[in-house]
Design a protein around this ligand. Structure first.
Ligand code: GRF
Length: 179
């Protein structure tokens, strides 16, 4: 059973839903995340930091909620908060993230703009196991994506996301088969 965490538009969530993988619950740190609309047919919940006394207590409540829905594997699909051990220890080695660069290069929230600013010839996508760092943790899959002349953040990100959708599905399928 898969739980997905989202903060944004949710195209990666949509790809997982379309793939038929067993997504059972979707949580967000933002009540207004457009991604939640895509999961209207599933249990959804919002865990805003402001509604909890601490980051750890928020993360523990989110882990409780996911496990109450049978979730064993957690996918970060554009989830823009660091997770604490209060969450990660509940799903050891079973939290994965998709990121629009060839990690360990260009971690962080502005990876696409940072790659363009650095003038790289090749950007890329990484799916990795999540640890306490920012976009660190063991790499599961990576794929290179050439930067094209005239690329903007929007055009490059759109091409990267197409690869993200495929790579994330493949990594999740691999993890489910390995169980
Ligand atoms: C993706 O580029 C993902 O790699 C990054 O945030 C973006 C989320 O996009 N972490 P979406 O919400 O899945 O469309």
């Amino acid at each position: 059973m898969i739980g997905v965490l989202v903060s944004g538009t949710g195209t990666n969530l949509q790809a997982l839903l379309d793939s038929g993988l067993p997504v059972r619950a979707v949580a967000s740190n933002r009540e207004d995340a457009p991604a939640l609309v895509r999961a209207a047919h599933l249990p959804t919940a919002t865990f805003a930091l402001s509604a909890h006394p601490s980051r750890e207590e928020r993360d523990a409540a989110m882990a409780d909620w996911l496990q109450s829905h049978g979730v064993e594997l957690v996918v970060l699909a554009g989830y823009m908060h660091i997770l604490t051990p209060a969450f990660l220890d509940r799903f050891p080695g079973r939290v994965v993230n998709v990121h629009p660069s060839l990690l360990p290069d260009f971690p962080g929230a502005h990876a696409v703009a940072d790659q363009l600013a650095a003038g790289v010839a090749e950007a890329g996508v990484t799916v990795h196991v999540v640890d306490e760092g920012v976009d660190t943790g063991p790499v599961l899959l990576q794929e290179r994506v050439p930067v094209q002349p005239g690329d903007t953040v929007e055009t490059l990100h759109a091409r990267l996301k197409q690869v993200e959708h495929r790579l994330l599905q493949a990594a999740v399928e691999e993890l489910l088969c390995a169980r």
